[in-house]
Design a protein around this ligand. Structure first.
Ligand SMILES: Cc1cc2nc3c(=O)[nH]c(=O)nc-3n(C[C@H](O)[C@H](O)[C@H](O)COP(=O)(O)OP(=O)(O)OC[C@H]3O[C@@H](n4cnc5c(N)ncnc54)[C@H](O)[C@@H]3O)c2cc1C
Length: 403
């Protein structure tokens, strides 16, 4: 405890000041400190703020700087493991009818999704149908009518998901932050959690700006840095795997792509979707494991994505207008990790959002709040075990649960 105060005072002198809601250098008492203001931390903080005093701290100077600001912005029901599909379905009503204090404009725009199957992808197509819901066979002639650039002979079959939609990610993310503030919570940007210790039943989170946040609960929503934050707090890591995914924007002229569906290879080796009505976003659906950092796109991945897209679509690419990459972070079994740590009291995980963190965020944030406050998670009750991080360290939690 004394170490924290001395350190905070020392850093106060060296401070250059930061753009924050929370006054720097003070020891602030809150109920819950949420670390990481991407979509996971922001949605959890907003939901928790309904009846707890929350501080949300973020290392960067913009809350969506990392993966949240780099997504493809889609909601697709037939995507991901069972827990993700349930969280996605539970989130849908929120997108359809967002709370009045959250969104000022609609959060969703309908987008047909067409899964294309090549001759060698019949097994994947059968699996999609077996696991999926709300899918229909769509004749290739109908796909061709929608997407005139589709090459004859590329696909042998296709399936359509009619109820998917584009998500207004910026509005959703800012909406969660607005809600947090309206409910009395605070966001502290440029505050990297550098020391996290528990003392006399309270967590002390000291940040790079010298502030100390004191709370009974810490929520680790640090995305690709989730294991790093856990290590700082003294928790066993979960074995999170940050994986690079690349996207590139091209001009598909002479095609007008505004009404095109999202096209997804059923083998998940490329996808493309309209971007801002006149452009096409193309991804090789890469998943390259790497350490947590400010990831940049690799030119080879961009070239692979364009090549795979061009095998399906007769589009010439003159230049890449823009490209980016983000880290999709997975737990060892691919399901999310939302729940208490196996050993550290008051340490809560909200990580492993993989490629689904945006579309699951309304329900995932609510689930965090329900578990932390001890409420019934209602519709999500059936997946509490599947997302419990203690599944990766079974010994301590089982004995604790029996006690
Ligand atoms: C190309 C691409 C396409 C995608 N498409 C979709 C899609 O269509 N639909 C969908 O639902 N999802 C999609 N995703 C996945 C989605 O973007 C992620 O699941 C989601 O953004 C993860 O959110 P997060 O809050 O966990 O991580 P992040 O947004 O990375 O947030 C974590 C934050 O924690 C902060 N942090 C780390 N360490 C500390 C510390 N010590 N102190 C303070 N702060 C810290 C970081 O600075 C960061 O801002 C896509 C991802 C990519 C890359």
């Amino acid at each position: 405890m004394l170490r924290f105060v001395v350190s905070a005072v020392r850093q106060r002198v060296a401070s250059t000041g930061t753009r924050i809601d929370a006054a720097p250098m003070d020891t602030q008492d809150v109920d819950v400190t949420v670390i990481g203001a991407g979509i996971a931390g922001s949605s959890a903080a907003a939901a928790l703020a309904a009846d707890r005093h929350i501080a949300l701290i973020e290392a960067e100077e913009a809350a969506g700087y990392h993966t949240t600001g780099r997504s493809a912005a889609l909601w697709v029901q037939n995507y991901g493991p069972p827990d993700v599909r349930i969280l996605s379905a539970l989130s849908r009503p929120f997108f359809e009818h967002p709370p009045r204090d959250l969104a000022e404009v609609p959060l969703m725009t309908r987008r047909l999704v067409v899964f294309l199957a090549r001759e060698d992808q019949q097994v994947e197509l059968a699996a999609l149908h077996a696991e999926g819901s709300g899918l229909r066979d769509i004749p290739l002639a109908d796909v061709k009518a929608l997407v005139p650039a589709l090459r004859d002979g590329y696909a042998v079959a296709a399936a359509a998901e009619d109820d998917a939609f584009d998500i207004n990610v910026a509005e959703l993310h800012q909406g969660f932050l607005r809600q947090l503030r309206a409910r009395g919570g605070s966001l502290a940007l440029r505050h990297r959690a550098g020391r996290i210790e528990r003392c006399n039943g309270r967590w002390f989170v000291e940040t790079s700006a010298g502030a100390v946040f004191r709370s009974s609960v810490v929520v680790n929503a640090a995305g690709a840095w989730g294991d790093e934050v856990a290590s700082i707090a003294g928790a066993a890591t979960l074995g999170l795997s940050p994986c690079r995914r690349t996207a590139a924007i091209i001009d598909p002229a002479p095609y007008n792509v505004a009404r095109w569906p999202m096209l997804v290879s059923v083998g998940h080796d490329w996808y493309a979707r309209p971007e801002a009505r006149t452009r096409l976003m193309v991804s090789p659906a890469d998943q390259t494991p790497m350490h947590a950092h400010d990831v940049q796109p690799d030119e080879l991945d961009i070239a692979i994505g364009i090549d795979r897209m061009q095998q399906a679509l007769d589009i010439s690419v003159q230049r890449i207008e823009r490209s980016w990459a983000g880290l999709r972070t997975f737990t060892p079994d691919g399901s999310l990790a939302i729940g208490w740590d196996a050993a550290l009291e008051g340490f809560f995980w909200c990580v492993g959002q993989g490629g689904y963190g945006i579309q699951t965020s309304p329900a995932a944030g609510q689930l965090v709040a329900d578990i932390v406050t001890g409420r019934d998670p209602h519709g999500a009750a059936g997946i509490v075990g599947a997302v419990d991080p203690r599944r990766f360290h079974p010994s301590p939690p089982l004995s604790l649960l029996r006690a």
